[in-house]
Design a protein around this ligand. Structure first.
Ligand code: 1YM
Length: 637
């Protein structure tokens, strides 16, 4: 190093941190806004580990005016003594040696080696400065790093504090040279995860503060995931009052389950391992699901709801209308699956099964009224399953060319390779007609939607299958539905919702998204669903025609024109009034159109929004719309 400003430095350490700066993606996935926020979780994870170890009850996260972030906790404080392996203080080691984070403590539920937990040193490598203050043994210790992990102020005691006061405070500022897209933190992104962490760690108080605009909220749930269920079911109608809760541990693995059934037909199961969402499930989820089916069946037989010789209830029957959270704490989790979010530890299956079985069985015995409504609901679901199977057979195409099945509605494309095929779901017959004329018939298929799409948030599969529009959509997609769903059979890799830019149009769009979210979620997750963006204005000057999406774009385009140019501006008609050429030019042509990809950033957040917007209860919907009226543009999840 020829940079003398930083004094004597450990070359090996700096080479390690330099590697992180060269390939940040390898350590935090991305340097987009998501990666930026990831830095906060790396630091907060250390405080949470301290809470799980039983030493910390309060965490505070502050977004400072300069867009640096401060994280404080009241744990034991990172050790300040000399670390035998590095010869540096332990805190300096934790912040400058890669992967040092979890290796020192032992015990606890560190997530190192999993998705997160790459450690504080990665945050240091990617920050323009990091300051760590430690309160320990009546002394205040301080160390500061700059420009990717160079120690600029070595660890020293800078003052005294009360002997009882312990804890760690870390302030860091992400390096704009790394985070080129943005270094601005988003309060709502932090809030979503902070709230989740507070639910998952009952009794832990987390304060989130935004000093840029004097905002401060406290998250503390003594009921933990029980309160989480209450929130998730807020806009649904529960069929029994109490939230069923089990908790227990064996061999260092602890399991918590909370559940409540509601009147809807959807299943929402969310599972976590060491506070990390496991959307692919795994052994913790399998164990609880098996126990749920087994216990409900044995109760139903004992209480004579099912005769001995009758068919039992299947897993999907007992999960209809179920909202459930499973939170496992596992000392050495093994993650598997495509996205490494599936728990593999086989010993956890039995433990989860045991913990949940015994308390759920007791609940059913002690609460016969609740037990009855749950069993009744499962029995109804079983009958509907049999009916749905018959209805589903109607949606199965006999052959690829079997257009009879569509009642002549789908105008298919010629190409058969799904990766280049698109299907437009078009609002109304007249827009459908123009779309058929204007399309590229090789790759673009058109499905005009005539009737209203059924709101599937309020309907079960069998009823949904009774809706002609939905049946046509399912048949066209080719994937099947429910237990037969197969993503690899999807016939179009772009599913494009094309509705007007008005209230009716967005209603139809929300109904379609609800359908996809509830019945075809993997299609959304795989990024196959898009919304077409028909323009709002057309600006003509000379021979140039420019279509723009909204008022903002219109104004900035007009401002860019030579003031001496005469122009003619018109508001676009609805889709149904455009002729084939206009529709193709503005909304369908691959080279000119604007598509918006529909993604599910956060499945639980999406679930909440869908239930609120489309569910039974009116009050949460009214409140949501009031709170978000100003952000209507962001409503499409
Ligand atoms: C605002 C960030 O890092 N808190 C924190 C970190 C540690 C401890 C306590 C801690 C852990 C252990 C023992 C242990 C860490 N220590 C280490 C290491 N807050 C924040 N609070 N004593 C204190 O795990 O045994 C890494 S993180 F490795 F030094 F022990």
């Amino acid at each position: 190093m020829n940079d003398n400003n930083y004094g004597v430095e450990n070359i090996q350490v700096l080479e390690g941190l330099e590697a992180v700066r060269k390939r940040p993606g390898m350590y935090i996935g991305t340097t987009s806004s998501r990666g930026l926020h990831h830095l906060v979780w790396e630091i907060v994870d250390n405080s949470i580990d301290e809470a799980l170890a039983g030493y910390c009850d309060d965490i505070e996260i502050i977004i400072n005016k300069d867009n640096s972030v401060t994280v404080k906790d009241d744990g034991r404080g990172i050790p300040t003594g000399i670390h035998p392996k590095t010869g540096l203080s332990t805190v300096e080691t934790v912040y400058t040696v890669l992967h040092a984070g979890g290796k020192f403590g032992g015990g606890g539920y560190k997530v190192s080696g999993g998705l997160h937990g790459v450690g504080a040193s990665v945050v240091n490598a990617l920050s323009s400065f990091v300051e760590v203050t430690i309160y320990q043994n009546g002394k205040v210790h301080f160390i500061k790093f700059e420009k990717g992990g160079h120690t600029v102020e070595p660890l020293k005691v800078i003052g005294e504090c009360e002997i009882e006061r312990t804890g760690t405070t870390v302030r860091f500022k992400p390096d704009p040279e790394i985070f080129k897209e943005t270094t601005i933190f988003d309060y709502d992104v932090l809030k979503q995860r902070v709230r989740e962490l507070a639910f998952l760690n009952k009794g832990l108080r987390i304060i989130l503060c935004d000093d840029r605009e004097d905002k401060k909220e406290e998250f503390l749930y003594n009921g933990g995931i029980k309160e989480y269920i209450q929130l998730l079911n807020m806009s649904k109608s529960p069929i029994h009052e109490e939230i069923i809760y089990s908790e227990g541990s064996e061999d260092g693995v602890s399991i918590e389950v909370a559940l409540q059934y509601n009147e809807s037909y959807n299943t929402s199961i969310y599972s976590f391992v060491n506070n990390i969402n496991t959307p692919e499930g795994g052994t913790h989820e399998d164990g609880v699901k098996l126990a749920l089916t087994k216990i409900i069946n044995s109760y139903a037989k004992k209480a004579k709801f099912i005769k001995e010789n009758e068919d039992g209830l299947m897993g999907e029957d007992v999960r209809e209308g179920l909202t459930m959270i499973i939170s496992a704490k596992v000392p050495e989790p093994q993650f598997e699956g495509q996205t490494k979010t599936k728990l593999g530890n086989s010993e956890v299956r039995k433990i989860a099964n045991n913990v949940f079985s015994s308390s759920f069985e007791r609940f059913l015995m002690e609460n016969p009224d609740s037990a009855k409504v749950i069993v009744d609901k499962s029995l109804t679901a079983a009958r509907a399953r049999v009916a749905a199977k018959k209805a589903r057979e109607l949606t199965r195409r006999k052959s690829d060319l079997d257009v009879v099945n569509f009642g002549g509605k789908l105008v298919d494309c010629k190409e058969k390779d799904p990766t280049v095929c698109e299907i437009f779901l078009v609002e109304g017959d007249s827009a459908g007609g123009s779309a058929i004329k204007g399309r590229n018939s090789m790759t673009q298929a058109i499905l005009p939607l005539r009737g209203k799409i059924l709101n599937v948030e309020k309907a079960r599969l069998d009823k949904a299958l009774g809706n002609e529009e939905i049946r046509t959509i399912i048949t066209a997609f080719g994937t099947g539905i429910g237990s037969e769903f197969d993503l690899s059979k999807l016939r179009y890799h772009k599913i494009i919702i094309m509705t007007d830019a008005d209230v009716d149009g967005s209603h139809i769009r929300v109904l379609l998204l609800t359908l996809f979210y509830r019945f075809f979620r993997p299609i959304v997750e795989a990024g196959h669903v898009y919304a077409a963006q028909p323009p709002l204005f057309c600006i003509k000057h000379g021979k140039t025609i420019k279509y723009v999406l909204n008022e903002e774009e219109r104004d900035s385009y007009l401002a860019s024109l030579n003031p001496n140019v005469k122009y003619d501006i018109s508001r676009m008609k609805g889709l149904g009034e455009m002729d084939a050429d206009e529709l193709n030019d503005t909304t369908m042509d691959i080279d000119k159109r604007i598509l918006r990809k529909i993604t599910i950033e956060d499945i639980m957040a999406a679930d909440e929004v869908f239930s609120k917007l489309m569910g039974e209860e009116v009050e949460p919907r009214r409140r949501f719309i009031e709170e978000n009226a100003g952000y209507a543009i962001n409503l499409d999840i």
